[in-house]
Design a protein around this ligand. Sequence first.
Ligand code: GLC
Length: 400
Amino acid sequence: MKVLFLSPVGVLGGAERSLLDMVEAVRAERPGCELSALACADGPLVQRLGEVGVQVAVRQMPESLRSIGDSEDPGALAFLRTALGSRGASLPGPSLVRYLGEVREVVRHFVPDIIHSNGIKTHLLSAALRGTGPKMVWHVRDFLSQRPVVPSLLRPLAGGVDLCLANSRAVKEDTERALPGVRCEVVYNGIDVAAFRPAPGQDQAASPAPFRVGLLGTFARWKGHELFLRATAHYRARFADEPAVSFHVVGGAIYETSNSQVSLPELEALADALGVRGCVTFHPFTESPERSICGLDLVVNASTRPEPFGRTIVEGMACARPVLAPAAGGPLEIVEPGRTGWLFEPGSAKALASAIHAAACSSPEARAQMGARARQAVESRFTRRELGRSLVAAYDACRP
Ligand code: GLC
């Protein structure tokens, strides 16, 4: 069986790290399977795929497609809609026509049985691949119905899709609403439990050491950095920093989409304005988040929109760290509150501050037990092994 993965980006966000996991998982489950990839931009994802022996073709997306992000710039979208011919009769822009030709050429070269698209922009592109032979799988990692224009762009194309995979039950339900009639199955992310494993934290010079609370992720606006900083301010005001907590933000603006990300200067200015600059440390984006996680006592997810899945939560749990996430979307399927982590009221900085306080006040033994249960939960539900089984079964089911 030959699978061609399509990635809209070349950076290593959650969806792309999940793509690397899928490669390893499918290979382990079906060793003869031939895997290749088309990335619409160069970057560390391309390098990592190459390192694990996946043949990758990079075809740089035209700017008009590349800059469409969460903001869904209406101008770019109108252009795209016309260009893909999903509505209106105008001629496609020449750069896009050329690009679609290049993409078709890659497919002809690899001759895959399955095309596995890993992002909205490549779902759109896959329209140009209709009739080239392979079965089409869309991996949905977003709540499509929350996007203003995307559902109406995807709907007319969904007829050509053999199977949608959703990264959580919540996303499956949403996909079925947004794209009526599609076949959709849940495939949870599976992570490398050998890399994400319990390891001692960094040496703590300060004595008594502060309780270390961290938010890891890309700088997409909805990932809740602002909420996290506001919670920091609440914590200091309400609990007078008792017990002492140090706050950490790990990540960066890695995507090219306009307006949809916060910048480091913006976050620093907000921290200044809130008077918490001194107790928040900003750490750069890392390709090895496991090290950052093991330096923390509590892993926070502060997303202000429901998280489709919430990979960093599972990574924190795999490292036997207590996690704290909003009670919405994917986290509701991952965290068993009070047993394998904690949940808080989505969007509430006060609730987040109180939950951090409760965690900081809990005994180290209680947190260690929670961490151990969290690790067990990941080992039984979110492994690459499980991922490989589900993916191969899904591929088999959509082949004749
Ligand atoms: C997307 C989602 C995130 C998920 C990741 C991997 O980035 O926003 O919730 O963890 O994909 O599926």
